[in-house]
Design a binder for this molecule. Structure first.
Ligand SMILES: CC1=C(CCC(=O)O)c2cc3nc(cc4[nH]c(cc5[nH]c(cc1n2)c(C)c5CCC(=O)O)c(CCC(=O)O)c4C)C(CCC(=O)O)=C3C
Ligand SMILES: [Fe+2]
Length: 405
């Protein structure tokens, strides 16, 4: 907004020492303010993006308090807790999850900057510092009243969706008790947003290609996600009687990625969906097969080359580095299976670009605009405002944010 101070003839527009009159400066300032707001209308009505994640311990002394917080009142046997504590202590009591989320915050910042979107990116966890409630309190202190949560879980079920919404509601309610009023929306579950699903397809295809090039054999593709109590999978979805949305989403994405890898590489690729990280009492049925059992079964069928594709997870947190890279890798070694674990999306550019697209999509919806909701595979874009009763809490009904119930 610099003004010429002289015309080509050399005659001064203003007397020296009086470069901009105060009234003019005021107009310029207002124009600049309008311009910067014009940019931010793309994320209007949100004043911040809040990366909302599970959390994890960052030192041995944090392990048990973290585990108690996570399992509070949910009937996980002490034996299982002690076992999970061992997994964390095996890595010095530090989960990689917070570092990875901080890297994702930085990557989101970079992508927002690239698009000249000045909206701040905050970070809050459900089960460890920085706690979501503290992040939101700080946001409110800075004058914010409406923010958008981007969660680090992609699929539909109580653990990956409603439980996040319950914890967001609990944080909002606690702040309301402190006299602070703040609204939180969230982006839709993104299992089939192309930023997530296409990035996974590319990463898995590249892993199949790499193992083929190394061994001359086409590997068997074993997809893996977090197991759930069967009852939680049965009730996952909008409550229209269909259920099993969690496992159906995984089956659909696994099949689409396997087909894509086969087409790209011009070979037949066999695939299965398996589960890891089962907890809960042994009497309670959980989704199966367990990834380790399935590797044994594949070995018995003569399979010797496997790409393990962790499509259920967004980054290399404890489930990935322990349950897959430690346990499943050991199982494969014992069996003599050559196993390559495909990367998680992490801070992959296609994924990060997709998350920013989701932010803009949600903001446009909040403004009442009708916007495209890209999906791959299929066309079932999950609603960003969850439907009444979807993915229910089977223990205790609790208030949940970001839904119409
Ligand atoms: C679907 C799903 C995701 C993926 C979606 C998402 O990302 O949210 C996920 C992620 C995660 N789960 C995590 C940790 C834990 N999950 C537990 C327990 C449970 N998870 C469940 C489901 C899921 N979990 C369920 C049905 C239970 C049992 C019942 C209950 O207690 O609700 C327990 C208790 C001990 C145990 O039994 O394992 C722990 C410690 C961490 C942090 C990792 C780190 O520290 O790096 C992450 C990212
Ligand atoms: Fe979990």
């Amino acid at each position: 907004m610099t003004q010429p101070t002289a015309d080509p003839s050399g005659a001064p527009l203003r007397p020296a020492g009086d470069p901009v009159r105060p009234a003019e400066a005021q107009v310029v300032a207002e124009l600049e303010e309008t311009l910067s707001q014009a940019q931010d209308t793309r994320v209007f009505p949100y004043q911040a993006v809040v990366l909302t994640s599970f959390g994890g311990p960052e030192g041995p002394e944090e392990v048990m308090p973290f585990l108690r917080r996570v399992t509070g009142g949910r009937g996980i046997p002490d034996e299982r807790l002690a076992e999970v504590a061992e997994h964390y202590l095996h890595f010095g009591g530090r989960s990689p999850i917070n570092d990875q989320n901080r890297a994702l915050v930085a990557a989101l910042r970079e992508e927002l900057d690239r698009r000249e979107l000045a909206v701040p990116v905050l970070f809050g966890n459900r089960n460890s510092e920085p706690f979501l409630v503290d992040t939101l309190r700080q946001a409110h202190e800075e004058g914010m009243t409406r923010v958008l949560a981007v969660t680090t879980s992609a699929y539909s079920c109580y653990s990956s969706c409603r439980q996040y919404r319950e914890d967001i509601a609990a944080a909002i309610d606690q702040l309301a008790d402190e006299g602070r009023s703040l609204a939180v929306d969230k982006v839709r579950q993104f299992w089939n947003h192309p930023g997530f699903s296409r990035a996974n397809a590319r990463l898995v295809t590249e892993s199949v290609r790499a193992l083929r090039e190394r061994t001359g054999q086409t590997p068997h593709l074993v997809f893996v996600t977090h197991s759930l109590p069967v009852a939680m999978d049965d009730t996952s979805g909008p409550g229209d009687g269909e259920g099993n949305l969690y496992s159906r989403q995984h089956h659909e994405l696994a099949a689409a990625i396997a087909a894509e890898a086969a087409t790209t590489l011009g070979v037949e690729v066999e695939h299965d969906l398996t589960y890891c990280s089962r907890s809960g009492p042994p009497t309670q049925p959980w989704l199966e097969p367990d990834v380790n059992d399935h590797l044994r079964e594949l070995h018995a069928r003569g399979v010797r080359h496997v790409v393990l594709a962790p499509i259920g997870f967004v980054s290399d947190h404890m489930e990935v580095v322990f349950d897959l890279d430690t346990e499943a890798v050991e199982t494969a070694q014992e069996l003599g299976i050559d196993l390559l674990r495909a990367p998680t999306v992490g801070t992959d550019t296609e994924f990060v670009v997709g998350l920013v697209d989701l932010v803009l999509e949600r903001a446009a919806q909040a403004r009442g605009e009708s916007v495209p909701t890209p999906t791959w595979p299929g066309d079932d874009a999950r609603p960003a405002v969850c439907l009444p009763g979807c993915c229910p809490n089977l223990r205790t009904a609790k208030p949940a944010a970001c839904g119409s119930d």
